[in-house]
Ligand binder design. Structure first.
Ligand code: MG
Length: 235
């Protein structure tokens, strides 16, 4: 029984990885940077995406793909800002997969976009197993969840290109040791950036925006060099 289960999981993940690679190629062709944002429920994914949109909307053309088990509450909130938003309901599934993302990408006008944020289903476990084809993965951990989560859910943090510690406005009320936290992340993933932020007050958001801008410029320059075309769109 155990061997069969393992084989099935390998097949599912193998098929998912193939679709994820195709998604990445599609995005590269259209020179769109996609960032997969993962976290547990209630850590502030939507709030941070809204804060990011507010800061970047005059410079970058943004869309959001929202993953939830049910409802279109988050996509409706994003749409009210005049930002294209696609809601995916997994109907009980605890994560998005590359095929769902491909459907969403096919319904977006990729030539009219620079940046896509995926808000994955709130879950610190299975979302990390499924490559969606995003060029970068971001993990949000909020202060009330505690600074021990990387030890309990390591896969998520190993996959992350950046870790955002959200809700730093409530640090005085919790035992989250922010000073020691970057060293914990380094133990799992030496190259991940760690940014303390408050989506509510805006504190620390400058550093996250700077990271995003650097990633976007690097991505655009690399795509431009690959295609032998100019990179003025990245300016
Ligand atoms: Mg949300």
């Amino acid at each position: 029984m155990g061997a069969k289960t393992l084989t099935l999981k390998e097949k599912i993940l193998g098929a998912n990885d193939e679709t994820a690679d195709m998604n990445r190629k599609l995005l590269d062709t259209h020179r769109v940077l996609m960032i997969n944002i993962m976290s547990s429920p209630g850590s502030g994914k939507t709030s941070l995406i809204l804060r990011t949109i507010e800061r970047l909307k005059d410079k970058r053309r943004i869309a959001v793909i929202e993953g939830d088990v049910a409802s279109s509450i988050d996509a409706d909130t994003i749409s009210r800002r005049n930002i294209p938003a696609i809601q995916i309901n997994t109907g009980g599934g605890c994560h998005l997969d590359a095929r769902m993302i491909r459907k969403a990408l096919d319904s977006l006008d990729l030539d009219s976009l620079d940046l896509i944020f995926i808000e994955n289903v709130g879950n610190l476990v299975c979302t990390a197993d499924f490559d969606l084809g995003a060029q970068k993965n971001a993990v949000i951990l909020s202060v009330p969840e505690g600074d021990d989560k990387p030890y309990k859910y390591p896969a998520m943090f190993v996959e992350a290109d950046v870790v955002l510690v959200n809700k730093i406005d409530v640090l005085p009320y919790f035992d989250f040791k922010l000073d020691a936290f970057p060293a914990i992340i380094k133990g799992f993933n030496p190259s991940a950036g760690v940014f303390p932020v408050s989506a509510k007050t805006g504190e620390g958001v400058d550093d996250w925006i700077l990271w995003l801008t650097r990633i976007f410029h690097g991505f655009s320059a690399a795509r431009g060099a690959q295609e032998g075309v100019d990179t003025r769109r990245a300016q």
